[in-house]
Design a binder for this molecule. Structure first.
Ligand SMILES: *[C@@H]1O[C@H](CO)[C@@H](O)[C@H](O)[C@H]1NC(C)=O
Ligand SMILES: [Cu+2]
Length: 189
């Protein structure tokens, strides 16, 4: 008797077919969710840079950091205080050491770090490696969804980072994202 009314039947089916899969923890985005747009960012390109270093990523998309030699990280900061953690809960990947390949091909760490874009606010980030004079101070920084009209641009952020003194900030443990298996550690991104 439930589905004798065809309109009711159709609307009931439509309700079922549009139901979204649920995730148990919104802080651990699954790479297998098909609707997730993923932005690959490579840490450690020559010159100690992120590539790309300016990213445009819609709410709900995933930032996926891949790490090249020798030993990089990604940490969230504010625009005005580069090389320092944004807050007690802002994202921190930990370090991803990896050796160069003897044959000269591009090596990457067997794990990646993923962060979900939760809102439309700019996301400022840096590498916390203090070796080589400090990667953040040296310009290993980036931004997601910068607002050029605000004057807060990657160029200005990098200038502020260059003036930073002291060791770059880290969190006590990996947080604010998901550290997991690299989908393609032997080449490509
Ligand atoms: C990577 O860098 C971090 C931070 O400087 C350091 O604690 C860690 O020992 C390094 N790992 C390797 C394998 O060099
Ligand atoms: Cu680095």
């Amino acid at each position: 008797m439930l589905f004798t009314n065809p309109i009711l039947l159709l609307s009931t089916l439509a309700t079922f077919s549009t139901a979204l899969p649920t995730t148990t923890d919104p802080n651990l985005p699954s790479r297998t969710t098909p609707s997730r747009e993923t932005h690959t960012i490579i840490a450690g390109r020559p010159g100690l840079r992120f590539d790309p270093e300016v990213i445009v990523a819609p709410i709900g998309s995933i930032l996926e950091f891949h790490f090249l030699p020798a030993n990089h990280s990604v940490v969230q900061s504010s625009f005005s205080k580069p090389c320092q953690t944004l807050s007690a809960t802002s994202f921190y990947s930990g370090f991803f050491p990896v050796s160069k390949n003897p044959d000269g091909s591009v090596a990457q760490n067997p794990e990646v770090f993923q962060v979900e874009v939760k809102d439309a606010e700019p996301i400022w980030f840096y590498c916390a490696q203090n070796g080589a004079g400090g990667h953040c101070k040296g310009g290993m920084v980036g931004v997601v969804n910068q607002r050029v009209e605000s004057g807060k641009t990657l160029g200005e952020f990098r200038k502020l980072a260059a003036g930073f003194e002291g060791p770059a900030g880290v969190q006590g443990s990996v947080q604010g994202g998901w550290r997991g298996k690299n989908p393609n550690p032997n080449g490509g991104f």
